[in-house]
Ligand binder design. Structure first.
Ligand SMILES: [Zn+2]
Length: 307
């Protein structure tokens, strides 16, 4: 099995400015970390992904909103909310980010690459149906999950360990009874949603709000316990990970305490479960993570456990 490493040259052209925490240095740090691990680098299948089409984005987003993102971007950029900005390159970057996840899903389901990691930006898990939010334009993982259902996957499990609640992903998939969503996040914290009793309209959402600064084992156990609950008597055909590395100790935007070992443990555990459930199919995508060197190291640990 060859692990696919999906990215796209256009993701560098989404430009929030260097004073914004979500900058291209996050992706460059991943490239640098991989160069320091040549054996891992050589073991990956490096793929330039495609752009998601407006019709594919409309699996989860309002067509008028999709058109507006394109217009704002083509007009040179603009501001969507206090911390979500579009530049001239944003349309191509955000559609490449979603396209990488779609490509990973297609490859997992047709067996070309059972597992993949999409090293992409902007992140996606805060984006709502008709609204950008929290650095996110399009809900790449939610779009990917809906694409997987369309391609014949009966059940899709999404696990989100970003330090922030994946409110966008929840909003984009909670109506769909065959997609289950597990999100562990700091609480109370941005964006303010994700209470434990918010199970979505069909009980397909497992929110795991956690205080900051607990021992790392507490986060591991809480997340994996929720995964167990979500898959009790329900076997996914595909596992998707919203891999936010702002849950690592020292991230400027979060107070969780995960270390590289914890990333490896969580990843290995989800891979082992996926082997049991669905031939090992896992599609993972980068969400947050704002200490670039830590993001690079965490992606290496994540990839080592995925391959
Ligand atoms: Zn985050």
């Amino acid at each position: 099995m060859t692990l696919a490493f999906l990215s796209h040259s256009d993701i560098g052209f989404h430009d929030n400015g260097w004073n914004h925490p979500e900058h291209v240095g996050r992706i460059r740090a991943i490239t640098r970390a991989l160069r320091d691990h040549p054996e891992l680098f050589m073991a990956l299948e490096h793929l330039e992904s495609r752009h998601a089409t407006p019709a594919e984005l409309a699996l989860a987003h309002d067509p008028a909103y999709i058109a507006r993102v394109q217009q704002v971007s083509e007009a040179g950029g603009g501001r969507f909310d206090a911390d979500t900005v579009a530049s001239a390159g944003t349309w191509n970057a955000a559609t490449a980010a979603a396209g990488a996840v779609l490509e990973g899903v297609e490859r997992a389901l047709d067996g070309r690459n059972v597992r993949s990691f999409a090293a992409v930006r902007p992140p996606g898990h805060h984006a709502l149906r008709d609204q950008a939010m929290g650095f996110c334009l399009f809900g790449s993982v939610a779009i990917g999950a809906r694409h997987a259902r369309r391609l014949g996957a009966q059940r899709v499990l999404i696990v989100d360990w970003d330090v922030h609640h994946g409110n966008g992903t929840q909003a984009l998939v909670e109506q769909e009874r065959d997609i289950r969503f597990v999100s562990m996040h700091q609480w109370p914290w941005y964006p303010g949603s994700g209470a434990a009793d918010d199970r979505g309209p069909h009980g397909t959402v497992w929110n795991v709000p956690m205080p900051p600064q607990l021992p790392a084992a507490a986060y591991r156990e809480a997340l994996l316990g929720a995964v167990d609950a979500a898959t009790d008597g329900w076997t996914p055909d595909l596992v998707m990970i919203s891999a936010g590395f702002d849950s690592l100790a020292g991230d400027p935007l979060g107070g969780f305490t995960l270390e590289l070992d914890d990333v490896a443990h969580l990843t290995r555990t989800l891979v082992a479960r996926a082997e049991r459930w669905c031939g090992g199919r896992v599609v993972s995508a980068l969400e947050g993570g704002y200490e670039p060197a830590r993001v690079g190291a965490a992606v290496v640990a994540h990839l080592e456990a995925l391959r």
